[in-house]
Design a protein around this ligand. Sequence first.
Ligand code: G
Ligand code: G
Ligand code: MN
Ligand code: NA
Length: 250
Amino acid sequence: RKLELDMRQALARREFQLHYQPQLQLASGTLIGCEALIRWRHPDRGLVSPLDFIPLAEEIGLIVPIGEWVVRQACRDAMTWPDPMSVAVNVSPAQFKSDRLVETIISALAGSGLPARRLEVEITEGVLLQENDRTLQTLHRLRELGVRVSMDDFGTGYSSLSYLRSFPFDKIKIDRSFVKDLTSKPDGEAIIRAIAGLGKSLGMTTVAEGVETSEQMQRIRLEGCTDVQGYLISKPVPAEDLRQVFAAFP
Ligand code: G
Ligand code: G
Ligand code: MN
Ligand code: NA
C-alpha cells in the first residue's frame, strides 16, 4: 500500500510536524499548557490528519518510532515556553504496550532538560481496555517520575468510571461531544456538572474539550470544570505561531 510505504519514509524525511493547542485555566485566566497534535506534511497529499494515518501506524507498529519522535519533539518545544507551562502528548495503546515508553520518556526529558512535572501523557480507554499489572505498573512508573497522566476522551467508552478507580489520574479530559450537547440538549449540562464534581472529589482537574463559543465557556465555568481547550482559545497551531497565542493571554 502506497500510504504505508510513504509513512515508513516520513520520519527520515522529516515530514511530521507537531501542532499545539493551548489549555486555559479558568480560575486564573492563564494558559497552563498545550496538547501536541501530530500532522503529516505529505509531499503530494498535503497536510494529512492523524485520523487518517495513526490507525495504520498502530496496525503496522510504526506508532512506536513515530511516538518516540513526538515525545522528544514535544519536550524540546516545551523547553522554549515559560515555566510552568506543560506539554501533553497522546499515547496510543500500541505505543503504551511497547515497553519502551518509560525509557523513551526518561531519555526525552534528560535530552531536553524539561522537568518531568511539565510533561503530561494522555491515554484513552483503549490503553486500559486490557488492563493488567504491566499497564498499571507503567502508569505508576510515569507517576513516580513526576509525569502527569490524563484520561482523554472521558465518557465516550464503556467503563470510564471503573478506570478512575484503577488509577489516580491527574486530569480528566471531557470529550467534546458533551460540550456540544451543553447548549443543544435539554440536560446537556448535567453530564458536565457530574464529571466536574467527580473530578473535584477525586482531586483531579477537569478540562472541557472542543469549546468553541463563549456561551459554552461560561456554562462550563458554572458547572465547575477547571480548564478549557478548544477553538475559542486557539486552534492547534505550529510551534512558531505559539508566541502570538501566548501573547494574547496574561
Ligand atoms: O488534531 P486532531 O485532528 O488533531 O487529532 C485527531 C486525533 O489524532 C485525536 O484523537 C488525537 O488524540 C490523535 N492524535 C493527534 N496527535 C497524536 C499523536 O501524536 N499520537 C497519537 N497516538 N495520537 C495523536
Ligand atoms: O482525541 P483528542 O482529544 O486527543 O484530539 C483532540 C481533537 O479535537 C483534535 O482533532 C483537535 O484538532 C480537535 N479539536 C480541538 N479543539 C476543537 C474544537 O474546538 N472543536 C472541534 N470540533 N474540534 C476540536
Ligand atoms: Mn488528546
Ligand atoms: Na480528547
